[in-house]
Design a binder for this molecule. Structure first.
Ligand SMILES: C[S@@+](CC[C@H](N)C(=O)[O-])C[C@H]1O[C@@H](n2cnc3c(N)ncnc32)[C@H](O)[C@@H]1O
Length: 283
């Protein structure tokens, strides 16, 4: 990132760059996938109840785009929802499948998992609720990808259906904070399901305020049963959004904003940015 001349050559087209990023990110180190729930079951909980409640009260079937390991999907099915999870990463879906296999059959039967890209999927049916939880929409780097995703959602939504998704809201101070480049522990040493432990760190490796991209590196310190530590890392570019940009994008894709929250307790957007949670309906 950085200088504009370093932009990818394919910028402006839709060559599946996102697919490439997500596959690369989750392919080379299964232990990173295994660490996902270890990290986020601890760090991120408020959104689970919010999305589970929506899924439970949906007036029909639910589609979760970027379902990952099923952190939200499994709870939603447990609460009574019939839910399809779609993700571009085979490894994340494998992790989800292992969890589904351990569920009581009457819950597992309500879950369908599909490996596909949220910018190009075609399931040939509609849903009452489509969700894109935990900032998965921020993996869509280019406007063409964002629009393609929203248009796909529009096509897969019942006439009176709802799209609900969240993205993080950047704080101006954080964008210029030099300490964001420091490696900081975000998850203390914790047991991994298959044995050994993981400790995770995070740091910002680049920022491009013109293209609204932040590049983050997660460091995984994986310790085996003999105490040997290996450091693995993954680096993601994240697209950050501003409120009115998303309102315009949604309008271009045929949506109107039905509600906008600043947190998962449905509090309004405030002067202290955290996440932005959009509830959209067909215009
Ligand atoms: C931060 S995780 C969120 C997972 C899950 N929704 C949760 O709340 O825990 C983002 C997920 O989006 C998936 N993803 C990224 N780009 C995608 C794309 N173009 N199509 C489908 N899934 C994608 C990743 O593979 C990853 O599983």
């Amino acid at each position: 990132m950085g200088a504009r001349s370093e932009r990818p050559a394919h910028r402006g087209r839709l060559p599946g760059r996102l697919t490439y990023i997500a596959r690369r990110a989750y392919r080379y180190a299964p232990v990173i996938v295994d660490s996902y729930d270890v990290v986020y079951n601890r760090m991120r909980t408020d959104d689970v109840a919010f999305y589970t409640d929506l899924a439970m009260h949906a007036r029909g079937q639910v589609l979760e785009l970027g379902c990952g390991t099923g952190r939200i999907l499994i709870k939603s099915a447990g609460a009574g929802a019939t839910i399809t999870g779609l993700d571009v990463s085979a490894l994340m879906l494998d992790a989800c499948r292992r969890k589904v296999a351990a569920l009581p059959p009457e819950i597992a039967v309500r879950i369908t998992l599909i490996e596909d890209d949220m910018t190009s999927f075609d399931l040939g049916r509609t849903f009452a609720l489509v969700t894109i939880p935990f900032r998965a929409f921020s993996h869509l780097i280019m406007v063409e990808e964002q629009l393609a995703c929203l248009q796909r959602v529009h096509r897969h939504l019942d006439v009176d259906g709802e799209l609900v998704f969240d993205v993080f809201q950047p704080r101006v101070e954080s964008l210029i904070d030099p300490h964001a480049a420091d490696e900081v522990e975000d998850t203390p040493e914790s047991p991994l399901p298959g044995g050994g432990t993981v400790r995770r760190t995070a740091r910002r490796t680049a920022i491009d305020q013109t293209d609204q991209l932040i590049q983050v590196e997660f460091g995984y310190y994986v310790k085996d049963e003999n105490g040997n530590v290996e450091r693995l890392s993954e680096t993601f570019p994240f697209r950050y959004y501003y409120r009115y940009e998303l309102e315009h994008l949604l309008a271009r894709a045929g949506f109107k904003v039905a509600a906008l929250y600043g947190w998962y307790d449905k509090s309004p957007l405030s002067g202290t940015p955290r996440d932005m949670i959009f509830v959209a309906r067909k215009a």
